[in-house]
Design a protein around this ligand. Structure first.
Ligand code: GRF
Length: 196
């Protein structure tokens, strides 16, 4: 059974998809804790499923390094096999990444390497492309630059708003992250073989 810590910053709909999947006894992974960088709405999903949570806010620490040390300590306390960033909206320092790599993956709302960063959906619309999508990748020291594990496409309807397109992508993301976690848990996707 693969044990997972999920980290979020926001509404946590992808977290909820993972919690629901892991609730099935036949699913090969379990969520041992959910972490956040703020009092994120999505923490309520974890509480509903009886999963422990932790919040480590950067503003309470004298430096980014001290913050990430504490975040790492909280993650490691739960001794996960895998850490999933599901809408965790902060860039993690290299020391944090290297400590967990390659067992640290991120979900991103574009077809990377296109449109990295915090405004992927807006950037795809502004570029006028006809297709975007979702990516799960191994986290490396860059921003959304690590090895791609899986992607799914979403066609962009003419005139669609950023919010509606993001919702459409999130529907795809929820299925994608559950499938990728299952493949890792079943040994079909071996992260050490996919890392650069
Ligand atoms: C997702 O689109 C994820 O790819 C991005 O932030 C969003 C999180 O959505 N990094 P939610 O909080 O899981 O609903």
């Amino acid at each position: 059974m693969l044990s997972i810590v999920v980290m979020i910053s926001g509404s946590g709909s992808n977290l909820r998809a993972l919690l629901e999947a892991c609730d099935n006894p036949l699913f090969p992974a379990k969520i041992v804790a959910v972490g956040a960088d703020q009092a994120a709405d999505g923490l309520a999903h974890a509480e509903q499923f009886g999963v422990p949570t932790f919040v480590v806010e950067p503003g309470l620490f004298p430096s980014r390094d001290k913050w990430s040390e504490m975040l790492l300590q909280n993650v490691k306390y739960h001794n996960p096999d895998l850490v999933v960033l599901a809408g965790f909206m902060r860039v993690l320092p290299e020391s944090f990444v290297s400590e967990l790599s390659p067992n640290l993956i991120n979900l991103h709302p574009s077809l990377l390497p296109a449109f990295p960063g915090a405004h992927a959906v807006r950037d795809a619309l502004a570029a006028g492309v006809s297709t975007t999508g979702a990516t799960v990748h191994i986290v490396d020291a860059g921003v959304d630059t690590g090895p791609v594990l899986a992607q799914r496409e979403v066609a962009i309807a003419a005139g669609i708003s950023e919010a509606d397109l993001h919702e459409q992508i999130k529907t795809i993301e929820r299925a994608l992250i559950v499938d990728v976690v299952a493949e890792i848990a079943e040994g079909k996707l071996i992260l050490s073989e996919r890392a650069n």
